[in-house]
Design a protein around this ligand. Structure first.
Ligand SMILES: Nc1ncnc2c1ncn2[C@@H]1O[C@H](COP(=O)(O)OP(=O)(O)OP(=O)(O)O)[C@@H](O)[C@H]1O
Ligand SMILES: [Mg+2]
Length: 300
């Protein structure tokens, strides 16, 4: 990503944050993709536009659940030096938030680390669950399972009591209630359009002492999306977006540490198509109508 003419604040695995002045940050979402916490060398064209378009869609759709950080996705609203055509469609001008030091995870289905815990203990995040649930079962009700937000390395699951120690009991309670409601509304919406949201992560923050929804919302990167028609209890459904990448990686003897293997173009093309499909199914909109355009190899 080229320099955008503003002070750089943070480089994440996928996003870069810049100081946009007036209490705002510019969030630029790249086309980078990671698997097993390792960023691949090859970008997925249009992925940054999809994640931006999808978050913007959800902020609009779920704006009545809680306030959010998004101010604008229009280049014209950015500080002058950042109005660069190559950023079109992948920028969010946001109010700068003091991020909570927890990740607000909500799980609606028994998979991943929740399935491993249930198999051993019969609980999900310490909460007793009915016996005999198969892998990928829909949970009787969605569960809030916060984790720490690790600066480096992997996040660690924490109890609600520990989350309350970190941010205060009132804020932890509100964060839980907002997260559960965002999940419930978003998952119902997506399910009607053929996508199950198995679990998801929200990042909340404070702006002027008010709890707001920040970062990205209900995207394939922050969630496990399953195609509804491929969901069966007792097996792991393919993840909607990362399946081509994971299946290809699984066939190699890569030890999941950097450097990542070079992605063949079929995997890049298939992954790109999955991201776009998820956005278009959920929003009912076409990515062609979203600003910006993919820089595809061989096109100009
Ligand atoms: N309104 C905001 N104000 C301040 N920081 C924000 C705001 N919205 C999002 N952030 C922060 O911006 C960063 C986005 O970076 P990115 O998603 O690439 O990486 P990451 O969160 O560090 O890693 P990963 O998402 O892969 O776990 C996160 O640290 C997030 O907490
Ligand atoms: Mg992130």
């Amino acid at each position: 990503m080229s320099d955008v003419g503003l002070a750089h604040l943070h480089a994440g695995k996928v996003r870069d944050l810049y100081d946009a002045g007036d209490g705002c940050v510019l969030v630029v979402t790249s086309d980078r993709i990671s698997a097993f916490d390792v960023v691949m060398a090859e970008p997925i064209p249009d992925k940054g536009r999809v994640l931006t378009a999808m978050s913007a869609f959800w902020f609009e759709q779920l704006g009545d659940v809680a306030p959010h950080h998004l101010v604008s996705t229009e280049l014209a609203d950015l500080p002058e030096p950042a109005r660069r055509p190559e950023l079109a469609g992948r920028v969010m001008l946001c109010r700068r938030a003091e991020m909570l030091p927890i990740e607000c995870i909500v799980r609606g289905y028994l998979t991943g680390s929740a399935w491993r815990e249930y198999r051993q203990e019969g609980t999900v995040h310490g909460e007793a669950m009915p016996p005999g649930l198969p892998e990928s079962a829909r949970l009787p009700k969605p569960v809030f399972t916060p984790s720490t937000k690790a600066e480096s390395g992997h996040d660690e699951n924490i109890s609600f009591a520990r989350a309350a120690d970190l941010v205060g009991v009132d804020l932890a309670t509100r964060a839980r209630d907002v997260s559960l409601e965002l999940y419930r509304r978003g998952a119902d919406w997506a399910a009607e359009r053929g996508i199950l949201v198995a679990d998801t992560k929200f990042e909340l923050g404070l702006i002027d002492h008010e709890l707001v929804v920040a970062d990205e919302v209900l995207t394939p990167d922050s969630s496990r999306f399953w195609p509804a028609e491929r969901w069966v209890e007792g097996a792991t459904p393919p993840s909607f977006d990362k399946e081509p990448l994971r299946r290809w990686l699984a066939g190699l003897s890569w030890d999941k540490t950097p450097p990542a293997p070079t992605l063949p173009s079929e995997v890049v093309v298939a992954t790109r198509a999955r991201y776009i499909d998820a956005y278009e199914r959920i929003s009912g909109r076409s990515l062609d109508d979203w600003p910006g355009r993919a820089q595809l190899p061989g096109t100009c």
